[in-house]
Write a protein that binds this ligand. Structure first.
Ligand SMILES: Cc1ncc(COP(=O)(O)O)c(C=O)c1O
Length: 411
């Protein structure tokens, strides 16, 4: 069941759900079964040959996982989706499905540090290089980063944690001029705020561990395929496995071989999380805007990196690409530097000191001493992470309680 005529809240509940094998279960059950029976010899052969629909081994597909894949493809306006074990697994499989030794990636510099490390350190060991562009909205600088070996462009819809929202149409225009697909990590945006495929993106990647699951209880990831010609071109030369016609088929084959399978139980939790996405996002993003405005008015706060603020240099792009709010993860910097940051972190009572995002609970972290601890002082400055910078992920709690807790801790 899939229709883009429904409103978002209707789609998030109903899209992707198909009647369960005759028992009438209203909710797709958890199929905790590694394998699936074949009716006969021929059916076994057909499943392995990819000639018939159906499941054979959960590493390649499972009914609980498939239901959430259909729902995500629908919500992101894609044609297909693959769910995997984590956001990092989704990024790894998306890149590996497009790249091989000697290839090159153009990436925005302002991205989740784990993805930057993956590209800069881990893929480098396998002969895949990356150029990080400071301002991907500068068409000339972006264009100059391409080489003859560039095979993919990577950005985040709402960069973690700086909120320097990219110009999606500009980035996809430049990439497509070079014949290269664009991958957008939409973890912080979620399809409730932005659907990158509507603006020309070719692939959307998620850490479903965050807002989509929403309750901080299930690590997962997903890749949504737009079905664009840049993706089809990218897999047209596939000789690694027979019968590969689409990006998702290649990615599913790769994920089957590399092995980061999403647990059907986590897929079930993800399905439940998505059903309330719009309700949570509306509350969380609304809370975030109120907190950002309150922080901006304080003398002890040097800056607030939230694209929802009119004062943000990224507000125009946020207005152009985001709807229903501006997301619930952002950074702010205290004038008192590291000592002030340390004091704030140690004195909050309601906020959770935690490295996670998109939870119903509000979370707070000091990037320079945690997520970005391995960067040099120069790299920290380049990434806009100062000693007094704090990252928050705003939850669904009553905003007055959240502000009161921050006010008390700052005092
Ligand atoms: C934007 C973004 N993408 C990907 C990831 C990785 O996701 P996961 O923790 O599910 O592997 C994170 C984790 O914080 C993230 O913030």
């Amino acid at each position: 069941m899939a229709t883009h005529e429904w409103g978002f809240s209707t789609e998030q509940v109903h899209a992707g759900i198909e009647p369960d094998g005759g028992h009438g279960a209203r909710i797709t059950p958890v199929y905790l079964s590694n394998g699936f029976l074949f009716d006969d010899f021929d059916q076994a052969r057909e499943r392995f040959a990819g000639e018939s629909e159906g499941y054979y081994y959960t590493r390649y597909g499972n009914p609980t996982i498939a239901a959430v894949e259909r729902k995500l493809a629908n919500l992101e306006h894609g044609t297909d989706a693959l769910a995997v074990a984590s956001g990092q697994a989704a990024l790894t499989i998306a890149f590996l499905a497009l790249l091989q030794q000697g290839d090159h990636v153009v990436s925005a510099r302002s991205i989740y540090e784990g993805t930057r490390g993956l590209l800069r350190e881990d893929f480098a060991r396998f002969g895949i290089s990356a150029t990080f562009v400071k301002d991907p909205n500068d068409a000339e600088a972006l264009d100059a980063a391409f080489t003859a070996s560039t095979k993919a462009v990577f950005i985040e819809s709402i960069p973690n944690p700086r909120n320097d929202v990219p110009d999606l149409e500009l980035v996809t225009r430049v990439a497509h001029r070079h014949g290269v697909p664009v991958i957008v990590d939409n973890t912080l945006g979620t399809p409730f705020h932005v659907r990158p495929i509507d603006f020309g993106a070719d692939l959307v990647v998620h850490s479903t561990s965050k807002f989509l699951s929403g309750h901080g209880s299930a690590i997962g990831g997903a890749i949504v395929d737009s079905g664009s010609r840049w993706l089809r071109d990218a897999v047209s030369d596939d000789s690694s496995a027979p019968g590969i016609e689409s990006f998702t088929q290649r990615a599913r084959s790769l994920a089957g071989r590399f092995g980061p399978t999403l647990s059907p139980f986590n897929a079930f939790l993800l399905q439940h999380g998505i059903e309330t996405l719009s309700l949570r996002m509306r509350q969380q993003s609304g809370n975030a805007l109120e907190i950002a405005r309150w922080l901006e008015g304080r003398a002890d706060v040097a800056s607030v990196d939230y694209s929802g603020l009119e004062s943000s240099p990224h507000h125009a792009n946020a207005e152009r690409y985001l709807q229903n709010g501006y997301g619930a993860v952002f950074a702010f910097t205290l004038r008192g530097g590291r000592a002030a940051a340390e004091s704030l972190i140690n004195n909050v009572a309601l906020w959770s000191r935690m490295t996670h995002l998109g939870d119903v609970r509000s979370l707070i972290l000091h990037p320079a001493s945690t997520t970005h601890i391995h960067l040099s002082a120069e790299e920290l400055a380049e990434n806009g992470i100062e000693p007094g910078t704090i990252r928050v992920s705003v939850g669904i709690e009553d905003v007055g309680d959240l502000i009161a807790d921050l006010e008390r801790a700052l005092a």
